[in-house]
Ligand binder design. Structure first.
Ligand code: G4P
Length: 529
């Protein structure tokens, strides 16, 4: 098979949703439809966010499972689908944001009764920054749901995106009869209790046919009127608008009952984009470029924490990965032979020996790979666009036994390279400040410092409101700024200068006083060296 064909067949995506909307359930049903599992209920629920603090130990044990379920690859029709998992709990949202940099599109799952929830809104904002195409699935139709017309206008208002219903629900909850498929002009008849296996629901042809009218019975007139109204009044689907993230096709169904999901998947493989070109510091890389390129977007501890072995997840952007090939680690300017990369083929197929643009491979990392690192077949280029987000909460971390301070430094450095936390070293003192987006991140870091590095730590509060990455095009102004604000400056884990603002007014004052300084809220992981 040639490279262009292999690239064209690939679909790499993530599911975005608010916790409990049904991400895990729908993931399982997609795997079922892709023949990657035979029976629903076999995928471990990845509800790590719901674990109480004392469950970290359990999470560690489960991590081996989550490494392989972080990427789920399966074949569907003539396509190779890569589904990238994102953590459920919002405290780990940085990880989610970074995963979104490695996909080409997303499926958004909405709870049919609750509508758009805060996490969905936030994730959609991130997707929008990247003009990411999104297909929407309104879930839990087997429960009492919002009126579908209301749901569409709610989605359009909340998300500022044109909605194109491609299936239409007939009832919900106890009155659920089925869905109408706009493109097929037929009804799919709902039957309860078919959720755990692949099941072909019966269909009835044509809106207005005698058979469908008999089936709809006394609801026939109202149903036909509504569907015609929706069809006439709605926008037409436009592929370019979808690809630009301005339109979203909407599907209704029940993930739990595996109802309406195959319609979603069929359409997804049909219209979702294959791997897209990616920007580097020296131009765009097309996925069909014959030489291998890729970037690391996630690092995860492996099953055996004692070995300090980590898996670095690399998204391939072009070329072909072949087992045993040599790659260039661009930041270190070193060639490395990769003999044991992990590939993620769900189901019982043989491990793949080759991977293409859109695929994810796992590299064993013994501390030399960082998030944002680029690997190539020799070229010295670096991919852009893997952001570090300004943390929202900060703590000073101290070691209980001063003799172990080296362990702490080591551990914190590695955990920050992994993206588990962000670390800041003030220029004026020896403190170690850690920053996170959610407080559970701190618990995980303390746990791992102890377990993996033997560093027993405690956190102290510190008066930091937020950080900004500071820079200026004018070196003289920048030097002056640094001299005057030195007591508030720190270096982040990659040695970039940051301002630790003590309060919002403090930041505002500095921004007004120093108009030639850029105070950035995100920083891209850049290749240094
Ligand atoms: P998440 O990954 O987005 O957090 O959601 P998850 O799939 O775990 O689903 C959250 C809850 O919603 C689960 O119930 C799940 O069974 C239920 N659910 C998902 N899809 C549907 C659906 O289409 N219809 C109905 N009625 N329920 C659905 P739970 O009670 O929290 O967990 P469990 O004990 O059933 O696993």
């Amino acid at each position: 098979m040639d490279l262009i064909d292999s690239v064209d067949r690939r679909r790499t995506f993530a599911i975005i949703s608010h916790p409990d909307a049904g991400k895990t359930t729908i993931t399982e049903k997609l795997l079922l439809l892709g023949d990657a599992i035979q029976l629903a209920g076999t995928v471990k629920a990845k509800k790590s966010g719901r674990h109480a603090k004392s469950d970290w130990m359990e999470m560690e044990k489960q991590r081996g499972i989550s490494v392989t379920t972080s990427v789920m690859q399966f074949n569907y029709k003539s396509h190779v689908v890569n589904l990238l998992d994102t953590p459920g709990h919002e405290d780990f949202s940085e990880d989610t944001y970074r995963t979104l940099t490695a996909v080409d599109s997303a499926i958004m799952v909405i709870d049919g009764a609750r509508g758009v929830e805060p996490r969905t809104r936030k994730l959609l904002e991130i997707c929008r920054m990247r003009d990411m195409p999104i297909i929407t699935f309104v879930n839990k139709l087997d429960r009492e749901s919002m009126d579908p017309i209301e749901m569409l206008s709610h989605l359009e208002d909340e998300l500022q995106v044109e909605c194109i219903p491609e299936t239409w629900p007939i009832g919900s909850g106890r009155t659920l009869r089925g869905i109408y498929r706009m493109a097929n002009d037929d009804f799919v008849i709902y039957e309860q209790g078919q959720g755990s296996v692949r099941f072909d629901y019966n269909t009835i042809e044509k809106l207005g046919s005698q058979e469908s009218r008999n089936w709809l019975n006394f609801e026939a007139d109202a149903t036909e009127e509504t569907i015609e109204l929706v069809r006439d009044a709605g926008h037409d689907f436009n592929l370019d608008e979808y690809l630009a993230g301005r339109q979203t096709p909407v599907y209704f169904g029940s993930a739990l009952q595996n109802f309406g999901v195959s319609e979603l998947l069929d359409r997804f493989v049909d219209i979702a984009p294959p791997p897209r070109p990616r920007e580097t510091d020296s131009g765009t890389i097309e996925p069909e470029f014959e030489k291998l390129t890729g970037f690391v977007f996630k690092i995860q501890a492996n099953m055996v924490p004692k070995h300090r072995d980590r898996i670095a997840f690399m998204r391939i952007c072009s070329g072909t990965y072949r087992k045993g090939m040599q790659m260039r680690h661009v930041r270190l300017a070193k060639n490395v032979k990769i003999a044991d990369a992990v590939t993620f083929m769900a189901g019982d197929r043989a491990q793949v020996e080759e991977a293409y643009a859109g695929d994810i491979i796992g590299l064993h990392n013994h501390g030399t790979i960082r998030i944002g690192d680029t690997f190539t077949e020799g070229d010295s280029i670096s991919f852009r666009g893997i952001p570090n987000f300004a943390p929202e909460i900060f703590r000073r971390v101290r070691i209980r036994d001063p003799l172990h301070s080296k362990r702490l430094k080591n551990g914190i450095r590695q955990l920050s390279e992994e993206g588990a936390t962000q670390v800041f070293s003030p220029l004026n003192n020896q403190d170690i400040i850690v920053g996170a987006v959610g407080s559970l991140q701190f618990d995980l870091v303390a746990f791992r410092l102890l377990e993996e590095y033997g560093a027993d730590c405690l956190y102290e509060p510190c008066q930091i409101h937020t950080v900004r990455w500071v820079s200026s095009e004018d070196p003289i102004v920048f030097e002056d700024f640094c001299a005057r604000t030195r007591s508030q400056l720190a270096r982040d884990g990659d040695e970039h200068l940051t301002l630790l603002a003590t309060s919002r007014p403090n930041l505002q004052l500095l921004e007004e006083r120093w108009p030639d300084i850029t105070f950035a809220t995100t920083r891209e992981h850049a290749a240094i060296g």
